[in-house]
Design a protein. Structure first.
Length: 95
């Protein structure tokens, strides 16, 4: 297992820098896709319960401190991409 990520990624690149920190201003950006919005609401519920933060789910614009969920067209199987910076997290996966 690489850094506790499940499922274990096929590749992993650490770029250093500051970690992303979830806080009371964090949100989840889902765009306009209904399937992604359902996943975002599920993730928000888990994070709200474990942190006590409001964690709104947004469809308008990804802001600093957001976790952005996206569908990646053309992927296959359980393929996903996780990008983390100090200001945001982007999780892209296949449908």
């Amino acid at each position: 297992m690489v850094h506790g990520i499940i499922p274990t990624p096929a590749s992993f690149t650490a770029n250093g820098g500051e970690p992303f920190r979830l806080d009371s201003t964090s949100s989840i950006f889902v765009g306009g896709n209904a399937e992604v919005a359902r996943t975002g609401e599920m993730l928000a519920g888990l994070l709200r319960a474990s942190t006590g933060y409001p964690i709104p789910v947004r469809t308008d614009v990804a802001t600093v401190g957001a976790i952005a969920l996206r569908l990646n067209p053309g992927g296959s199987g359980e393929e996903y991409q996780l990008r983390v910076s100090r200001d945001s997290v982007t999780i892209g996966g296949t449908a």
